[in-house]
Design a protein around this ligand. Sequence first.
Ligand SMILES: [Zn+2]
Ligand SMILES: [Zn+2]
Length: 113
Amino acid sequence: MSELRQWAKQKTHSRNPWGEKLDSNGYSESLLPSDDCFICQIGGDLARHEVFGGSSRQISKATGMWVRLCPRCHARVHADSNMEELLKKEAQALFEEEHSHEEFIELFRKNYL
Ligand SMILES: [Zn+2]
Ligand SMILES: [Zn+2]
């Protein structure tokens, strides 16, 4: 098994696969950063949304695959599978610019592009 796969299988992470320390909630810096809502650019009451949820949620947090969303956009992303899919595609593309396609597949086990 690759080192990356081993990392992904750990229950808890203190660093991401590239050695960067995570915050106390398990997040590394986002690869999709924004000061305001990532989708509509409205500021205020923002929540962190993990782009890849379910069993990939911790990995999503730890590898920067999360965005800041306002309550409206956050509700929409969870209710609208097309919007969710678009966000996943964008996140995978940005991940692959920073890292690689192979690493994405090893971590998330799925290709959204
Ligand atoms: Zn918004
Ligand atoms: Zn969410």
